[in-house]
Design a protein around this ligand. Structure first.
Ligand code: NAI
Length: 352
């Protein structure tokens, strides 16, 4: 196993490249910060067109995890692993065992879990080589397993908080447009329906739309029209990057609050939303329920700790929205500032 380390970016603590010729493993672990605790973040496997794009993805995602973990109040820093998906057939178990050895070689500075392109079975292979891994099947009623119900709960609480902050009202009788009816979107629809909200939904998968329409009386619209429907809240729960110029210009709601990661297509869209008077709830503040659940598994905490940490999401969101309003800044900018401050304060405490 070859491993080389070099500082990659002034804001990152390190970028660790690893290769294992025997299994075809090739990838990097980016560590953004360990000021608050071990750098935690999932392992993504993807067919990157070139090594530079793989590295950039690792650096960007590691910083995102740092900010998300800091604002979720977790004793964890931020990091991310990315693996170049081997061309053709490969022995998945052996490859992830080799990745486990790479994680182990960092001595606990980085803790891995599933992400896009990796799953529970892969993390079980990693677990054979290192204890610095989460996202394994839950044991005896303890936190762990599927994070999406916790993500959906956090998003529901955030939508409630945003409605209260912007319109002084609750969910009962409000209309929410949910884009994407996957693991998070479907559970979010159930929770919103139970709280008395009316639903407008869209998904590329017609069977999912039909199911949610039947269960919760949701009105179905075309996937390319859902953002423009006049509603109280637009909740993006599909893929990231959906809030681009065209979508922002035709938004039908004054609040955007959903689970999708990296919702803004570019930094300019944060300004566009602000100028249009839209209350944008920063995605990584709103969707932290999943990482809170994974963190509790790794830290050996119980369900009560997960519930308490998820229950803190709406208060934190309202604090960010209020400050953004006061300072006339995009809410995402304020969230980033708070996250940086939290990490810097921890760094100073560690150094003292
Ligand atoms: P998923 O893969 O289960 O569901 C995504 C759904 O979006 C699918 O039903 C898909 O057909 C639909 N979709 C894709 N493109 C669409 C489009 N253009 N219009 C309408 N529907 C579309 O994903 P999951 O787990 O529900 O996650 C949803 C989002 O939340 C993702 O962006 C994910 O990164 C993010 N997220 C998820 C967490 C979790 O706990 N699962 C935690 C934090 C963020």
């Amino acid at each position: 196993m070859a491993r080389s380390s070099h500082p990659a970016h002034d804001l990152h603590e390190g970028l660790h490249r690893f290769e294992d010729a025997a299994t075809g493993l090739r990838g990097v672990i980016a560590i953004h910060s360990t000021a608050l605790g071990p750098a935690a973040g999932g392992c993504r496997m993807w067919a990157y067109p070139n090594p530079q794009m793989m590295m950039n993805d690792a650096l960007r995602l590691a910083q995102g995890m740092s900010f998300k973990n800091a604002l979720a109040g977790l004793p964890l820093g931020g990091g991310k692993a990315v693996i170049q998906r081997p061309a053709g057939d490969f022995d998945r178990r052996r490859l992830f065992a080799a990745f486990g050895r790479a994680v182990q070689s960092l001595g606990g500075d980085y803790v891995t879990a599933e992400d896009v392109g990796t799953g529970v079975a892969d993390m079980e292979a990693v677990r054979g080589e290192t204890r610095f891994v989460a996202g394994l099947p839950p044991q005896g009623g303890r936190p762990g397993g599927d994070p999406s119900p916790w993500t959906a709960l956090g998003v529901k609480l955030a939508i409630e908080a945003a409605l209260k902050w912007r319109h002084g009202r609750g969910l009962d009788g409000a209309t929410v447009a949910v884009q994407g009816l996957g693991a998070v979107g479907r559970d979010l629809c159930r929770r919103l329906h139970e709280a008395g909200a009316r639903l407008v939904v869209a998904d590329l998968d017609e069977a999912r739309v039909a199911q949610v329409a039947r269960l919760y009386g949701a009105r179905a619209v075309a996937p390319d029209a859902i953002h423009a429907v006049p509603v109280d809240v637009f909740a993006p729960c599909a893929l990231g990057g959906g809030l681009g110029e065209r979508v922002v210009e035709s938004l039908g709601s004054a609040i955007v609050c959903g689970a999708a990661n990296n919702q803004l297509a570019s930094v300019h869209d944060a300004r566009r939303l602000l100028e249009r008077g839209v209350t944008y709830c920063p995605d990584y503040v709103v969707n932290a329920g999943g990482i809170i659940n994974v963190a509790a598994e790794y830290l050996g905490q119980g369900v009560a700790e997960v519930e308490a940490a998820v229950a803190a999401i709406p208060g934190r969101l309202q604090q960010i929205l209020a400050r953004a309003d006061h300072e006339r800044l995009p809410a995402g900018t304020v969230a980033d500032q708070l996250a940086r401050q939290t990490i810097a304060d921890a760094g100073r405490r560690n150094a003292a």
